[in-house]
Design a protein around this ligand. Structure first.
Ligand SMILES: Nc1nc2c([nH]c(=O)n2[C@H]2C[C@H](O)[C@@H](COP(=O)(O)OP(=O)(O)OP(=O)(O)O)O2)c(=O)[nH]1
Length: 155
């Protein structure tokens, strides 16, 4: 063991987060829902996919339904997993990783009940009009590549 390895901290397991690409229609998506964070200060004002951390012992899908109910007040139907580059996960900085599903509203109207200042439906045309969190940008690129009622973004 080198001195460097001796002092290197053990790599902590990533914390699992789940998120939804909530679209107006799974069959023919033309709009995606973005939610503006209110905390922590370094992320406040940034826009993200609704979702949150998985509780201990909770399944990923159960966590996603719970977070969507608590945060934006909707019941959803889940569609496909939007697979990320790391075994299906999307990296969120050094501490977190996120699984993302397409979803549509089954009941309720999305509202910023908890943790968000605002929620907004965005078309392909205006999807870059808001400052997405850095980690979310490749996810939004992937959403556009799948199709959001318009051609994929080219640059
Ligand atoms: N929910 C969500 N979190 C994201 C996204 N992008 C991104 O970098 N993150 C980060 C922000 C947070 O550091 C972490 C998820 O934590 P969270 O604050 O949403 O989780 P939570 O709802 O369970 O919050 P809390 O109860 O622990 O306060 O992942 C995203 O699109 N959605």
């Amino acid at each position: 063991m080198t001195p460097d390895e001796e002092i290197a901290p053990t790599e902590a397991a990533p914390i699992d987060v789940v998120g939804a690409v909530l679209v107006d229609s799974l069959a023919r998506p033309t709009q995606v829902l973005a939610a503006q964070r209110t905390e922590p200060p370094e992320l406040a004002g940034g826009w993200e996919l609704p979702g949150g951390k998985v509780d201990p012992g909770e399944s990923l899908v159960a966590a996603l339904h719970r977070e969507l109910r608590e945060e934006i007040g909707v019941e959803v139907r889940l569609g496909d997993l939007l697979a990320g580059p790391s075994d299906g996960w999307w990296p969120l900085g050094p501490r977190y990783r996120m699984r993302v599903w397409l979803a549509e509203v089954a009941r309720g109207i999305p509202a910023p009940i908890e943790e968000h200042a605002e929620v907004r439906w965005l078309t392909a045309e205006d999807v870059w009009s808001i400052p997405w969190l850095d980690a979310d940008r490749p996810i939004i690129e992937a959403v556009l590549a799948r199709g959001l009622g318009g051609p994929p973004r080219t640059q």
